[in-house]
Design a protein around this ligand. Structure first.
Ligand code: 4HQ
Length: 244
């Protein structure tokens, strides 16, 4: 639900989303809230009670748009994108991917009349602590993160469950040709053809980056046994560096 349905054309028209739409794995149907507004000018906003600057989205067109969507998609949760919502993350993306259908409400101006939030919305979601001019980009962010979990949307080789972030870790470093770029070499192990060694290097790279850049991710789960072994190896290396 949006007053700018064309914003979704670019999202659905490129790359993996386009393939998902064309193969029929997903259906994306932007609904123009203005189509449900009454009067010659089809107004969707009005001045706030109590005064002040900015406009508020009128409740009647939104209610009509949501009711129409719900008769087509009776099971769909109604999700409002708002900085006041609970923070969106990979766990929520995975949970949403189990939904067959979803309805996203994209506000503009100062937001929705509170009675819509109370009466029609099942879930309020924020994509982060910053203020945007509308809920369309947040809705696309959420849809992108959710849709890539649908089986067959990503190639079988790079299924979403393989993302190291899915295990609460950052991804390892990536390299491609050329082997030397601006005097920097690709790590030799990646050219070795030794798949066990490459796997070990990637696990180590992912762990090091997570410890250095996002230690908060490790506080959630703690280290696995293989990760403890890696850290112990680092500790022994560091001791020889410090004392010898
Ligand atoms: N919005 N995460 C829509 C956001 C936002 C966010 C501001 C939502 C404007 C009308 N939404 N209102 N951050 O900044 O979800």
């Amino acid at each position: 639900m949006t007053i700018f349905p064309e914003m979704f054309d670019a999202f659905a028209g490129h790359g993996i989303m386009r393939r998902a739409v064309e193969s029929g794995k997903i259906r994306l149907e932007p609904v123009n809230i203005r189509d449900f507004a009454e009067g010659r000018h089809r107004v969707t906003d009005d001045r706030p009670y109590g005064g002040g600057s900015g406009m508020v989205m009128k409740p009647e067109p939104l209610a009509a748009a949501i009711e129409t969507a719900k008769t087509e998609l009776p099971e769909a949760p109604v999700v409002l994108l708002t900085p006041q919502g609970r923070r969106f993350d990979q766990d929520t993306a995975r949970q949403y991917a189990a939904c067959k259908e979803m309805i996203f409400i994209c506000g503009r101006y100062e937001g929705l009349d509170e009675r819509i939030c109370e009466g029609y919305v099942d879930d309020e979601i924020s994509i982060g602590d910053y203020v945007l001019t509308g809920g369309e980009l947040p809705a696309m962010v959420v849809m992108d993160a959710v849709i890539r979990h649908i089986p067959g949307v990503l190639g079988a080789a790079d299924a979403a469950e393989c993302d190291s972030f899915s295990a609460g870790r950052l991804e390892h470093a990536h390299y491609t040709r050329p082997g030397v770029f601006e005097q920097k070499q690709v790590p030799g192990v990646l050219l070795s053809g030794n798949h066990r060694a490459i796997e070990d290097w990637r696990r180590e790279s992912a762990l090091l980056r997570t410890i250095l850049r996002r230690p908060d991710l490790l506080e959630q789960t703690g280290l696995t046994e293989p990760e403890k072994k890696i850290v112990q190896k680092w500790c022994r290396r560091l001791e020889t560096l410090a004392w010898d």
